[in-house]
Ligand binder design. Structure first.
Ligand code: ATP
Length: 236
């Protein structure tokens, strides 16, 4: 497995946000983490990226124990996060935002990779010198994903990427996620859009109050009555 999380605990004082959670992601998989607000999904991804402290448990990535590594050390090992709310630097140019995604790289191919992003997303290329604030919500999400791509990730984690996007853009976003997997990037996808997430993922798990309450193949989860009652009824 590319990513192995074992008995991970995240605590904020008395608030136990993630409780003894274990999960794995293979190098050719999309795995989705579902659950309502406050279930602990963001805390899980942030802990895997090293952005919030792990109280106990461990995280292995690509054969190495990364539990105590800093976020840049994890980024250098090609583990990247597209954070909740995109976190684009709106006053910086599109180009500068992309450069930020490559800040841990020391190879000489960054410009080539940025050019490839501009070829892929012509909306970004055409406005590379403009502040990122000119972009629509959907374009900002593409920029956030592109920024993560510049870490040349083996695994990309995405935290609710479809939030706030129109149905058409949500379709495009999920197509992009599938094509990234086909290009060899494993995906760990946190989503509230249960329908779409289970369409693209091979496996999933459902979190509630920091615990995994359900897990299985995407087909099993789609057919699960409990999940249908709790989430599918009011998914987008
Ligand atoms: P959402 O979809 O709303 O982001 P989530 O499933 O991602 O929800 P988390 O954001 O991980 O859940 O939150 C899990 C719990 O941890 C919640 O009770 C939340 O209030 C708490 N929490 C999250 N971040 C912090 C923090 N920095 N300090 C204290 N408590 C926090």
């Amino acid at each position: 497995m590319l990513l192995e999380v074992s008995e991970l605990d995240v605590r904020y004082g008395r608030n136990h946000a993630v409780k003894k959670l274990s999960l794995s992601v293979g190098s050719d998989e999309i795995v989705t983490v579902l659950g309502s607000n406050g279930a602990g999904k963001t805390s899980l991804l942030r802990a895997i990226q090293g952005l919030c402290p792990v109280a106990s448990g461990f995280v292995r990535f690509d054969g190495e124990d990364i539990t105590n590594m800093t976020p840049p050390e994890r980024l250098r090992r090609q583990l990247a996060l597209v954070p909740e709310g995109r976190q684009i630097a709106l006053s910086l140019t599109i180009h500068e935002n992309l450069q930020m995604g490559a800040y841990c790289r020391t190879d000489g191919n960054v410009q080539r990779d940025i050019d490839a992003i501009y070829d892929r997303f012509s909306n970004l290329g055409a406005r590379r010198k403009m502040p990122a604030s000119v972009l629509s919500g959907g374009e900002q999400q593409m920029l956030a994903i592109s920024r993560a791509l510049l870490a040349r990730p083996k695994l990309m984690m995405l935290d609710e990427p479809s939030l706030g996007l129109s149905p058409l853009l949500v379709e495009r976003l999920f197509e992009l996620i599938v094509s990234l997997r086909k290009e060899g990037i494993a995906i760990l996808l946190v989503e509230q859009n249960t329908h779409m997430a289970l369409e693209v993922a091979s496996r999933g798990l459902v979190m509630e109050l920091g615990n995994v309450v359900l897990e299985g193949s995407a087909a099993e989860l789609r057919d699960n009555d409990k999940l249908a009652d709790a989430y599918l009824g009011h998914a987008n």
